[in-house]
Design a protein around this ligand. Structure first.
Ligand code: NAD
Length: 279
C-alpha cells in the first residue's frame, strides 16, 4: 500500500519539535522570492526551511535566513518542508509542484503565464496535496475582484467593460494574470464564458465594439509593481474601480497567509478567495 501525503508528513523530519511549519521558497532570490522571505519573518507559525533557485544561478549556495542555503536540489528541498511558496516561471512551478506532490508537501504558487494545459495540470495536483494558485495574492486586489463581479452582475452588458493594466518593463507575460482574473470576475458577474467575450487586441479597421465584449489592454514601463483599472462605460456615465500597487509586500503577505492556512490541510485545490473569506 502506498503512503498517503499525511503518512509522509508524519514520517518526515518536517515535524520539528518547535512546532513551526517549514517553508520552501521557490525562486528565493527573485523579486517576489525576496519579499516572501521578509514576510515569513513576520509570520510566527512559519519558518524558512529551504530556498530553490534555477540551476546555474550565480548565487547558488548563498546564505539565507536561519542558516538556509540557496540550492537547486528539488527533491531535498521538498522533503525538508511542509509547504512551498513559489513565484518563479511556469515550467519550474509545474516540475517542482510535481516533486512536492510526491513528497506530500503543500504548494502555494503565484506564478503567472501558464497555458490552460499547464494551469489544469497544476490544479490537478490538488488530488494529492493541498494547493492554491492565484494570479494575485493581495487581499485588496481579491476584494477588487469581488467588487468587479458584483458591479458586472448589477450593471449588465449594457455597460461596456474594459480593463487596463500597467506593469514594470521586465514583466514576461501579458496581459497580467490579475487582468485576466478581473476579466473572469466580469464574466462570472454576467453569467457568460470569458473565452467567448475576451478582446485582447485592437489595431487597424476594427469596426464597432462587439456587444458584450470584455476588453483588456496592456501597458508596460519603468518599475511599476502593478496597476489595474476596470471601467464600466455606459451612455453618459462610467464607473471605474482601480487598484494601484506601490510595493510587492502585500502579494508576499497574502501568499504567506495562504501557506499558513494550507499547511496541515487535507489535499485539495483551494481558492485564495476562500482563504480570504471572499466567497
Ligand atoms: P523574477 O524573475 O524576479 O523571479 C523569478 C525567480 O524564479 C528568479 O529568481 C528565477 O531565477 C527563479 N527561477 C527560474 N527558474 C527556476 C527554477 N527552475 N527553480 C527555481 N527557481 C527558478 O520574477 P518576479 O517578479 O518575482 O515574478 C515571478 C512570478 O510571480 C511571475 O510569474 C509574476 O507574474 C508573478 N507574480 C505574481 C504575483 C501574485 O500575487 N500572484 C505578484 C507578483 C508577481
Amino acid at each position: 500500500m502506498s503512503a498517503s501525503p499525511s503518512d509522509l508528513r508524519s514520517a518526515s523530519p518536517r515535524c520539528a519539535p518547535d512546532g513551526l511549519q517549514r517553508v520552501l521558497v521557490v525562486g528565493a532570490l527573485g523579486r517576489m522570492g525576496r519579499c516572501v522571505r521578509v514576510a515569513l519573518e513576520r509570520e510566527p507559525a512559519l519558518v524558512l526551511g529551504a530556498g530553490l533557485e534555477e540551476k546555474g544561478h550565480p548565487d547558488q549556495g548563498a546564505l539565507l535566513e536561519h542558516g538556509v542555503r540557496v540550492s537547486d536540489d528539488v527533491a531535498a528541498a521538498v522533503a525538508a518542508c511542509d509547504v512551498a511558496i513559489d513565484f518563479s516561471v511556469p515550467a519550474a512551478t509545474l516540475a517542482i509542484a510535481r516533486a512536492a506532490a510526491d513528497a506530500g508537501t503543500a504548494y502555494v504558487t503565484g506564478t503567472t503565464g501558464f497555458t490552460p494545459v499547464e494551469r489544469d495540470a497544476f490544479d490537478a495536483l490538488g488530488a494529492r496535496i493541498p494547493v492554491v494558485r492565484a494570479a494575485n495574492f493581495s487581499l485588496a486586489v481579491n476584494t477588487l475582484a469581488w467588487l468587479v463581479r458584483e458591479a458586472a452582475r448589477r450593471l449588465g452588458p449594457d455597460y461596456d467593460a474594459e480593463i487596463v493594466e500597467l506593469h514594470h518593463a521586465a514583466k514576461r507575460d501579458a496581459p497580467s494574470g490579475t487582468a485576466l482574473r478581473l476579466a473572469e470576475a466580469i464574466a462570472e458577474g454576467r453569467g457568460v464564458a470569458l473565452a467567448e467575450r475576451l478582446l485582447l487586441e485592437r489595431a487597424g479597421e476594427i469596426g464597432a465594439r462587439p456587444a458584450g465584449a470584455i476588453g483588456v489592454q496592456t501597458l508596460r514601463g519603468g518599475d511599476n509593481t502593478g496597476e489595474h483599472s476596470v471601467l464600466f462605460v455606459g451612455r453618459g456615465e462610467r464607473v471605474e474601480l482601480v487598484h494601484r500597487s506601490a510595493t510587492r509586500d502585500h502579494f508576499a503577505a497574502g501568499a504567506v497567509r495562504s501557506a499558513a492556512w494550507l499547511a496541515g490541510r487535507a489535499a485539495g485545490t483551494y481558492r485564495v478567495e476562500q482563504i480570504f473569506g471572499l466567497e
